[in-house]
Design a protein around this ligand. Sequence first.
Ligand code: UD1
Ligand code: CA
Length: 457
Amino acid sequence: MSQITAIVLAAGKGTRMKSSKAKVLHSLAGKPMVEHVLDAVKKAGIEQQIVVVGHQAEEVKAHLGDGYTYVLQEKQLGTGHAVKQTTNAWPSHGRTLLILCGDTPLVTAETLEKLVSYHHHHEAVCTVLTAVVPDPTGYGRIIRNQQGHVTAIVEEKDATDAQKEIKEINTGCYCFDQNRLAEALEQLSPANAQGEYYLTDVISFFQQQGHVVAGVEVRDFRELQGINNRSQLAQAEAILRERINEALMLSGVTIVSPHNTYIDAGVQVGRDTVIMPNTHLRGNTKIGENCEIGPDTTIINSSVGSGTVINNSVIKESNIGNNCTIGPFSYLRPGTRLADNVKIGDFVEVKKSVIGKGSKIPHLTYIGDAEIEEQVNVGAGTITCNYDGKNKWKTVLKKGAFIGSNTNLVAPVTVGDNAVVGAGSTITKDVPADSLAVARERQRNILGWATKNKKET
Ligand code: UD1
Ligand code: CA
């Protein structure tokens, strides 16, 4: 597809979203809608991509990054005007332009490939991707002649009552012969109900010139649903999530309740992993094989090895090894790295810490800025006191250390190899290897005190 340049229109404000954020930056399944469109274009093998930006141009560009040619449409005077701004960016020897809207995120690479091959095969000056929809409200209607060629596209606001009955609509996705489109764009005028330069008007111009415009219908109309408001955004997101879950299930992942499982585009999950209800796998997340994830678990931008069980927990920007068990009710915050066979139990919070192979933190603990080596046991209620109000300090627990319950580890502090800390200690000094540290008030028993106390009151 080297001779093809894609143009994605993404300059509009999206008034109907009622938002301070540009429409194309609203996300579905973890990605802004325009990025889904660009991903489909890339997947179809089209490398040259021009993005027309306007409303919140800087935000859109910052989000999408380098790798695209951006063209600024300063005033959003319509889709035809938007395309016209791009002419200088067209390749001099280019032949075909694929034009798409940034607000149809469900479009697939297969559909784009079909459109392009239909266009080339029929040698039309333009091929419109159309859809037959149950409710065409808001879309441009496709007018065909007896040969089945497209002779015009009429926008809803300009349509007669009879034209409004037409159920075949313009999806906003087309192929054009580059040279013919350049000529046609010169002819556009804003003499219509919305006072805009409509790209769709080039079709009737081609018709007048005696050029053939083909129309090819998309198999599933839902794929080209345009998003203009938040209700449509939610509908499209549901479809996208269904697609993502379906693909994962067919690749060998068990999803117990697909309707209650929320997996972002691009998340990877290995075979024989079971995903329980109300699990959210977000962003750049990768889960290995044979894991059990959920119920009620959120994992964001993290990787999880194979054979790991995570229940009722929240994990952000962390790396988890193989055969770990996490939860219920654990919170792993950014910068946490667990080696294999680590156990993080109930009500444990871990932040920016590395935990070695086979170590256990089974209950009610806060570990922050710590380096915990292999085979360490951290008793219930242990807290790293890592913050003095100004700086964060490090706690190091060496290999085989055993921390008794309800210990405060006042950082910076190191507990040596195989050392033991007595329960209830507040450790402020390093503990040498192989020793016992006890740092608490010694217990006194006053005999008979309780009986005496009772008689007096
Ligand atoms: C457009 C089509 C309509 C089609 C529908 C499909 C026209 C005139 N109408 O209508 O036939 O059925 O899409 O979803 O083309 N944009 C710009 N600059 C502008 C105006 C729009 O970049 O000046 C971008 C928007 O960001 C958006 C896309 O073009 O991504 C479509 O614009 P929108 O206003 O949503 O067009 P529709 O009214 O939906
Ligand atoms: Ca639209």
